[in-house]
Design a protein around this ligand. Structure first.
Ligand code: B12
Ligand code: SF4
Length: 509
């Protein structure tokens, strides 16, 4: 049996409701690998937000009685369960509880007020977690551990900020920490795939004012925020994945993979040669340079690109400091439209601070225009969520947003519930608009399915078969488009109808 004094449990409660398969906990693999390197035994758990799984994990942790338990916490779903688990484990064992991740970093003062949380790690954790383990093991104080927040005499104490890790290749990334790969492997084009598996670089040279990347002040040297693993490191890790699990498709978790174009292509091409293809790539419109670049992507069988459109209004793009204009986006979309093999997607953020109702409509109409320019483009919408520590968060607060005061209340800033809050920074966001936003999702879904169906048909046989279902489908597509364009959602009979259709389709199958 392993020595509890040397055992550390790392947990990430995840909510996969919108995802078919889980993603491997990349952050916890880095942290676990760093601890292992210093002689600790690491147990890694990723229960999904279901009572049964959570109980099982809790039971295992209590049995192992580890030196401390580290929780990696995301904003929104999962955070409350993480807190409940922390409380129960604390009550059962009295062991130290450490929280880390982008969300706890941003609300560290609130997190540390929770009785069950002893330490909050600010920012990158590989060095911090090892120093914490040593401090807990030796019973020494926390003052010397850089980059943390803890409580003393009822006050939040912040230690000296930690330097960012310059050379990412010095970090270990032990994939053997994952026990049950079946939970993560999904199928794409009928082949095994693992998504968001490696972070090839950290940081982003841009500072979009709504994004967590624009937060400052957690690390000592915030000038050198962008750091990359070498191509060799990335290749070796990806190759190891391919050999261990036999996957054919992958994707990375870099926010912006195209910081250095040649480096990115080098990685893509090396992996392609060993039969590992990128299923999708996230990129800025500005990173998409020319036809040569698109042809090179196609040569490596990369057919799905996810862009950050964010808004179709120049004033809002400027306010976001997005460094792209609607004209530039249109130009890139025309370029992409020449390559029907490539499917592009992009989210539109609606409800940014100061955005008017008219601008929201303008933004959506712009996205619809992009759909016309490129039949292989689809967009989704997200209602803006204020991320603490960002400029946009401060703007939302200035406009009347009353931020949640504790971790449990933060769960209200989650996908569905954020509607209830939006009116605090958007004066025009009344009950009626709330209903409209729910509807627009339904109509976008219809539009997406019709367009996808059309795409498949045109690839297979030029045009869809002229049968009643296809005719009805296309009528629905036209209505959905018109409704979104004119922002008119009264009497949504098509939604009821498509609900009934889906129900019978499921029933029959
Ligand atoms: C893959 C991914 C997902 C996966 C799940 C990943 C997983 N296994 O849990 C899926 C697709 C399911 C997902 C969903 C969501 N995601 Co997501 N996701 C990512 C992505 C692309 C990569 C995450 C990652 O692995 N990063 C790499 C690792 C190394 O970084 P890290 O996790 O932050 O860990 C480091 C430090 O934070 C710290 N640390 C982390 N945990 C701990 C714990 C301890 C104890 C310590 C000491 C230190 C520590 O040390 C680590 C190493 O340095 C990030 C973007 C990004 N590049 O990070 C967005 C990101 C994390 N997601 C985000 C969001 C908002 C969401 C959603 C809420 C989206 C939604 N609309 O619902 C959901 C919520 C999921 C949930 N609550 O369960 C935001 C978070 C913003 C915030 N401030 O919280 C990010 C940053 C994207 C963005 N650009 O805004 N996501
Ligand atoms: S380019 Fe993307 S990752 Fe970088 S700051 Fe902007 S939104 Fe964030």
């Amino acid at each position: 049996m392993s020595d509890p004094k040397k055992t550390i449990a790392l947990v990430n409660v995840i909510n996969p409701s919108s995802e078919e398969k889980l993603r491997i906990p990349v952050g916890l693999i880095y942290l676990g690998s760093a601890l292992q390197k210093h002689g600790y035994n690491v147990k890694l758990y990723q229960p999904i937000q279901k009572q049964k799984e959570i109980q099982e994990v809790e039971h295992k942790i209590i049995e192992a009685n580890p030196l401390f338990v580290g929780f990696s916490v995301f904003m929104g779903p999962g955070s409350v369960e993480g807190l409940d688990m922390s409380e129960r484990i604390k009550n059962a064992l009295g062991t130290k509880i450490v929280w880390g991740g982008k969300f706890p970093t941003s609300i560290s003062e609130q997190a540390i007020k929770e009785d069950c949380i002893d330490v909050v790690c600010l920012g990158e954790g590989e060095r911090t977690i090892v120093e914490l383990a040593k401090a807990f093991e030796d019973g020494s104080g926390l003052e010397e551990v850089k980059g943390i927040c803890y409580e003393a005499d009822g006050q939040a104490v912040y230690t000296e900020p930690r330097e960012l890790i310059d050379d990412l290749d010095t970090l270990d990334y032990d994939l053997n920490l994952i026990q049950d790969w079946d939970r993560y492997i999904t199928k794409l084009n009928g082949r095994p795939a693992l998504l968001d598996v490696i972070e090839s670089q950290r940081g982003c040279p841009f500072h979009c004012r709504f994004c967590y990347q624009s937060r400052k002040g957690y690390h000592k040297d915030s000038k050198k925020v962008v750091r990359a693993h070498s191509v060799e490191w990335v290749f070796e890790k990806a190759k190891q994945l391919k050999e261990m699990i036999g996957v054919d498709y992958t994707s990375f978790c870099d926010d912006e993979f195209w910081i250095k174009r040649e480096r990115s292509f080098e990685i893509i091409e090396k992996l392609y040669k060993i039969g590992l293809k990128f299923f999708k790539l996230r990129m800025r419109f500005s990173s998409l340079k020319d036809e040569e670049m698109i042809e090179r992507l196609i040569a490596n069988e990369i057919y799905t690109l996810n862009f950050g459109l964010e808004s179709g209004v120049d004033r809002i793009l400027k306010l976001m400091d997005k460094r792209q204009t609607t004209e530039q986006i249109l130009e890139k979309m025309r370029l992409l439209a020449k390559y029907p093999q490539i499917t592009a997607g992009a989210p539109v953020i609606i409800g940014s601070p100061t955005e008017t109702k008219e601008e929201v409509l303008e933004s959506i109409r712009f996205a619809l225009r992009l759909c016309e320019v490129n039949p292989n483009f689809d967009f989704g919408i997200n209602l803006y969520k204020p991320l603490p520590g960002t400029d946009f968060f401060d703007m939302a607060v200035d406009l009347g947003f009353d931020p949640p005061k504790d971790i449990r209340s933060w769960s209200s800033v989650e996908h569905k519930l954020v509607y209830k809050l939006a009116k605090s920074w958007l004066p025009w966001f009344d009950k009626r608009e709330e209903l409209n936003y729910n509807r627009v999702f339904d109509y976008l879904r219809i539009l997406y399915h019709v367009r996808k169906h059309d795409r498949l048909n045109s690839k297979r046989r030029g045009f869809g078969k002229l049968n009643p279902i296809n005719i009805l489908r296309n009528i629905f597509g036209i209505i959905a488009y018109k409704r979104i364009y004119h922002w008119f959602f009264l009497f949504p009979i098509e939604i009821y109808f498509s609900g009934i259709y889906k129900y019978f389709k499921r029933f029959r199958s």
